[in-house]
Write a protein that binds this ligand. Structure first.
Ligand code: AKG
Ligand code: FE2
Length: 144
């Protein structure tokens, strides 16, 4: 079973692959897919969306996919590391440049999964949906 291009939702994913490689990382400029070598005893560590939120975009979540080949069976075991469900994740103060505002709003992992579900199959990115409007572009609050 392969896996289409995606990012993971938590902080990090630790992936152990059998010795048949298949995990690929997207690299931009020029766009290409790079195969992660399958090394005995090694984990691949993938930065995921909530770590991008936590670091205010300093660390970008990694677009990746898994490909299979018909000759060799491949097994991978991912471990998804993220915050407890009731913990809100917001950009760390130390990751927000002086004089600027956080790029992302605070969110819990389960709330973020709802946002991801809404954007699934659309051309919208779930991380974009968490972005707060830059200063001066806030929506007018309705006055009663
Ligand atoms: O099979 C792999 O190496 C990748 C698995 C993966 O990306 C995932 O489960 O989110
Ligand atoms: Fe993944």
């Amino acid at each position: 079973m392969g896996l289409a291009a995606h990012t993971d939702s938590g902080f990090f994913t630790f992936i152990m692959q059998s010795l048949v490689p298949g995990l690929q990382l997207h690299r931009p400029g020029p766009d290409r897919w790079v195969t992660v070598p399958a090394l005995p005893g090694a984990f691949a560590v993938v930065v995921a969306d909530l770590f991008q939120v936590l670091t205010n975009g300093r660390f970008r979540s990694a677009l990746h996919r898994a490909v299979v080949n018909s000759e060799h069976e491949r097994i991978s075991v991912p471990y998804f590391l993220g915050p407890p469900g009731d913990m809100t994740v917001a950009p760390l103060a130390s990751a927000v440049l002086p004089g600027t505002r956080p790029v992302y709003r605070a969110v819990t992992w389960p709330e973020y999964m709802v946002v991801r579900k809404k954007t699934f199959g659309t051309d919208k990115s779930a991380l974009d949906m968490l972005e707060v409007a830059p200063e001066g572009e806030e929506k007018e609050q309705p006055q009663n």
